[in-house]
Design a protein around this ligand. Structure first.
Ligand SMILES: *[C@@H]1O[C@H](CO)[C@@H](O)[C@H](O)[C@H]1NC(C)=O
Ligand SMILES: *[C@@H]1O[C@H](CO)[C@@H](O)[C@H](O)[C@H]1NC(C)=O
Length: 168
């Protein structure tokens, strides 16, 4: 007796939640550009080379994100721990000269909500040991799956990162 009742409630709750989210930008190209911009802004906030990257990380990633970096698989917590290590490398190793930028960004929106798929490529550069050191300028890429949450936020649910920046 209770089961049909519960299912009815769940369905009603879901449709209420969906109705509350702003609709996707109707034009698919504009929606893709908007999604790609969101991904780049998020990445700019969490690339671990300046103070405050942790907040950017927490805001961008879903707590059940599936992340990979090269061949290594991470959870939200283990990825954040790995980024702590990168922070030492990028901030300390380049002594304040690290920079990064995007070379390309492709955004493909979901059909019916504000999530979708973004593929970005970029560069990462810095002078080893600081200004006057040897310049290293390498490439990186990420494939990002973004979901619209029940709160109508965007969260990264899958993040596949690769980078040629080695341990110098
Ligand atoms: C690294 O290479 C990219 C792509 O060629 C370039 O746009 C960027 O300015 C370079 N960065 C540095 C710090 O030299
Ligand atoms: C990813 O692979 C590149 C190329 O082999 C290597 O230089 C880099 O250190 C690797 N990064 C991580 C975090 O495993």
């Amino acid at each position: 007796m209770y089961l049909p009742h519960l299912i009815g409630l769940t369905i009603a709750g879901t449709s209420l939640t969906m109705a509350a989210c702003p609709p996707r930008i109707e034009d698919g190209i504009k929606a893709g550009d908007d999604l790609a911009r969101w991904a780049q802004d998020s990445i700019n906030a969490f690339v671990p080379f300046q103070d405050g990257w942790q907040e950017g990380f927490d805001v961008a990633f879903s707590t059940d994100v599936h992340a990979t970096f090269n061949a290594t698989v991470f959870t939200f917590d283990t990825f954040k721990t790995a980024y702590e290590g990168f922070y030492q490398l990028l901030n300390g190793g380049f002594a304040g000269t690290f920079e990064h930028g995007f070379l390309s960004a492709v955004g493909v929106p979901n059909a019916a909500d504000n999530g979708g798929f973004v593929t970005v490529t970029g560069w990462q550069a810095g002078y080893i040991g600081g200004a006057g050191g040897r310049l290293i300028n390498t490439t990186d890429a990420a494939f990002v799956v973004i979901a619209e949450t029940e709160n109508c936020e965007r969260k990264i649910v899958e993040f596949r990162e690769t980078s040629n920046l080695g341990r110098f």
